[in-house]
Design a protein around this ligand. Structure first.
Ligand SMILES: NC(=O)c1ccc[n+]([C@@H]2O[C@H](COP(=O)([O-])OP(=O)(O)OC[C@H]3O[C@@H](n4cnc5c(N)ncnc54)[C@H](O)[C@@H]3O)[C@@H](O)[C@H]2O)c1
Length: 434
């Protein structure tokens, strides 16, 4: 099958590469010429484990190519995916649909034959119908259908998530489009991964409801963590005991510095706006957004407390700045709130991250970058573990403590056992909710 993938970011590139690995012929399009040049040279512009090798394999097999020319990619394609960004619109919290609608128009102008225009971007309810209108307006004679196919992959585990999904959701009307979608995902349905067919609106809602629920679960345990700190409970034990209940489950019950990333913040805000627009306020989600901001502020207070209430002139080493491990994505990372707060209060901040420097340098002014945790900790008054990269999970704590002027640790991911940290020579340890 011939596929055009419009937008070659975290979702579009991974989806395009994986569809080509299924045996489809995929042309990935991006309007950013520098990105396309790098891809044509075999270079992956993002950090995603396993992606470069899988991309090279499918390019070599002649099934995968890259272009800035949307017309060339769309001509002859049977499925045209929209995988462009839907960031928060400045000012009002709505999803910014300008990229999606611009792509729809361009696709409309380029269609030469029957195709299904599939929206993979996360979009508010009703958007797929607007996409259909935009395609039709750009090309009144076009023969096409639309489908909603929200993506659930997680950065850092994106290939596995695409290849072995919990489910594929397809919102579609009519047999012709459904057949195309079934054909696209046949390699997964053959291996009995569930494919859920719904209407367009339900598919659009599933994505927002799922992300809002996960953000709620994280925020719930973060709020419980705050109470645990006051009453002498350990949130790790609490989460373990809760998570063993099959109705609750242990995932997304890890207390930490608040959720961030390219999806949860913008999708919770967008869902809240959708609710307000329909006079059905999403009160739980609105509270989650508010509590998450408080969680981030609490982390600054925690660090200040570990510095005896004075941040000015303290040297603080931050380990990890990306919003989670195994990605270079800095969008809405907790570091973007925490680090400026520390710098603003007069602390001398050093940061290190296995993949975050390229994106992070421009976003975190006033900090010094170190190559590794030990270099960052040299002479420091506090080390803060902010992102749980593997290399920060197996630190030589004794060596780290010996490098520091004042050996204190803020473990905002609850990686280490407080007793182990103390035994390694740290004079103070603070986790989250313990
Ligand atoms: N990143 C994730 O983990 C994730 C997971 C699930 C769903 N999503 C959703 O998928 C969508 C894409 O997210 P992303 O993280 O891949 O975004 P991204 O910003 O990494 O990539 C978007 C790409 O689209 C390109 N683009 C924009 N308009 C274009 C046009 N008209 N023609 C060609 N290219 C165009 C941009 O240059 C950019 O490279 C969003 O709606 C997001 O919510 C993201």
């Amino acid at each position: 099958m011939r596929i055009a993938m419009i937008g070659t970011g975290y979702v579009g590139l991974v989806s395009g590469v994986c569809f080509s690995d299924f045996g489809h012929e995929v042309v990935c399009v991006d309007k950013n010429p520098e990105k396309i040049e790098r891809l044509q040279a075999g270079e992956v512009p993002i950090y995603e484990p396993g992606l470069e090798a899988l991309m090279a394999k499918n390019v070599a097999a002649g099934r995968l190519s890259f272009t800035t020319d949307i017309a060339q990619a769309v001509a002859g394609a049977e499925a045209v995916f929209i995988a462009v960004g839907t960031p928060t619109r400045r000012g009002d919290g709505h999803a910014d649909l300008s990229y999606v609608m611009a792509a729809a128009e361009e696709i409309g102008r380029a269609l030469t034959n029957y195709a299904v225009v599939v929206t993979k971007s996360t979009v508010p309810v009703g958007t797929n119908r607007k996409v259909a209108e935009a395609v039709r307006a750009a090309n009144p004679g076009a023969v096409f259908d639309v489908a909603s196919n929200p993506e659930f992959l997680r950065e850092g585990a994106a290939i596995d998530d695409f290849m072995r999904p919990d489910r594929v959701v397809i919102g579609v009307e009519g047999d012709r489009a459904r057949k195309v979608m079934a054909e696209l995902y046949r390699p997964l349905s053959l291996r009995e991964f569930p494919v859920v067919y719904t209407g367009l609106e339900s598919a659009e809602m599933i994505k927002y409801a799922a992300n809002a629920f996960l953000a709620t679960k994280i925020t719930f345990i973060n709020e419980i963590a705050a109470l645990c700190e006051r009453v002498g409970a350990d949130v790790k034990a609490v989460a373990k005991g809760m998570g063993m209940d099959g109705r609750i489950g242990s995932k997304f019950l890890h207390a930490g510095p608040g959720y961030g990333g390219s999806c949860f913040p913008k999708d919770t805000k967008a869902l809240a706006r959708i609710g307000q627009d329909h006079a059905v306020p999403m009160q739980i989600v609105e509270t989650v957004i508010k509590v998450n901001e408080e969680v981030k502020r609490r982390m600054v207070a925690k660090i200040e407390d570990l510095c005896d209430g004075v941040l000015r002139d303290k040297t603080i080493a931050i380990l990890g700045v990306t919003f989670k491990p195994n990605t270079d994505d800095m969008r809405e990372a907790p570091s973007l709130t925490l680090v400026p707060a520390l710098v603003g209060a007069g602390a001398k901040v050093r940061v290190c991250d296995p993949q975050g420097k390229h994106e992070g340098e421009a976003l975190l002014p006033g900090v010094k970058w170190a190559d590794n945790a030990y270099q960052a900790a040299q002479g420091a008054d506090l080390v803060v573990i902010l992102t749980e990269w593997n290399e920060f999970r197996a630190l030589d704590l004794g060596r780290l403590a010996r490098k520091m002027a004042v050996p204190r640790l803020a473990d905002l991911r609850n990686i280490y056992d407080p007793a182990e940290v103390e035994a390694a020579g740290f004079e103070r340890y603070a986790g989250v909710g313990r």
